[in-house]
Design a protein around this ligand. Structure first.
Ligand SMILES: NC(=O)c1ccc[n+]([C@@H]2O[C@H](COP(=O)([O-])OP(=O)(O)OC[C@H]3O[C@@H](n4cnc5c(N)ncnc54)[C@H](OP(=O)(O)O)[C@@H]3O)[C@@H](O)[C@H]2O)c1
Length: 203
């Protein structure tokens, strides 16, 4: 059985991935609470300490990131920077720390989102973080070619988040949980590399 790490496994997306994959993969979870490995993605020392005994990892899924949803004229720049730090630099931190622990041909999966392609009024920070993740992941796939694959899953608002985010996404397509989980599965077990898997129609 392949051994994978899910960072953010207690979240809306992470729980869906965990429940769907748990019979097919040996899963190690990571997060700030209720996880096998306790870490903060913004604190590299905590990541390195948590990863100390990890070895022979076949895949890592990053599905975390807290962002401010405010119009740019009003957003506090510290909150803006914190959003980029959480969602983008957090994923970069995790990937750099886990590279020495990966088996040859391992799969690295990042999570971005629709908002750099189909923006909403309060989504500038999310758009900036998503654009950074898409670009970072595609460039990293080239840099790591032959050693590890890197792909990015980019959902619209997911079905399980309608109660939380529905008001922000009026009229937007909803990403169904089955499609979402299958995108992560394709990244783990397939051969794709350097792809942004957009789980929404192009308009
Ligand atoms: N939900 C959607 O509709 C949607 C749509 C498109 C894109 N996305 C993106 O998908 C990602 C996950 O979204 P979600 O809705 O599943 O998020 P969520 O429900 O808020 O879950 C976030 C997960 O990440 C962990 N986490 C948060 N901050 C952390 C930190 N500093 N260090 C370590 N772990 C941390 C949380 O656990 P702890 O609190 O225990 O650490 C939790 O397991 C985000 O990047 C989001 O922007 C979501």
């Amino acid at each position: 059985m392949k051994k994978i790490l899910i960072v953010g496994a207690t979240g809306t997306i992470g729980q869906a991935i965990y429940n769907n994959l748990k019979n097919d993969y040996q899963i190690i979870t990571a997060g700030r609470h209720n996880a096998d490995l306790i870490l903060d993605v913004t604190d590299r020392q905590s990541i390195d300490a948590a990863f100390q005994d990890l070895e022979n990892i076949d895949g890592v899924i990053n599905c975390f990131g807290v962002l401010p949803f405010e119009p740019f004229e009003q957003v506090d720049m510290q909150n803006f920077a914190q959003g980029i730090t959480d969602k983008f630099l957090g994923q970069a931190n995790i990937v750099q720390a886990i590279l020495p622990k990966l088996n040859h041909g391992a799969s690295i999966v990042l999570t971005s989102g629709i908002l750099n392609h189909q923006p909403i009024h309060t989504g500038v920070c999310a758009a900036a973080a998503n654009g950074a993740i898409d670009g970072f992941g595609q460039a990293l796939a080239l840099e790591l070619a032959g050693k590890a694959r890197v792909n990015i899953v980019s959902p619209s608002m997911v079905a399980d988040s309608i109660d939380a985010y529905g008001a922000f996404f009026d009229g937007y397509e909803v990403t169904q949980m089955d499609d979402l989980v299958n995108a992560y599965r394709r990244c783990l077990s397939g051969i794709i590399n350097g792809q942004v898997i957009k789980l929404f129609k192009q308009i």
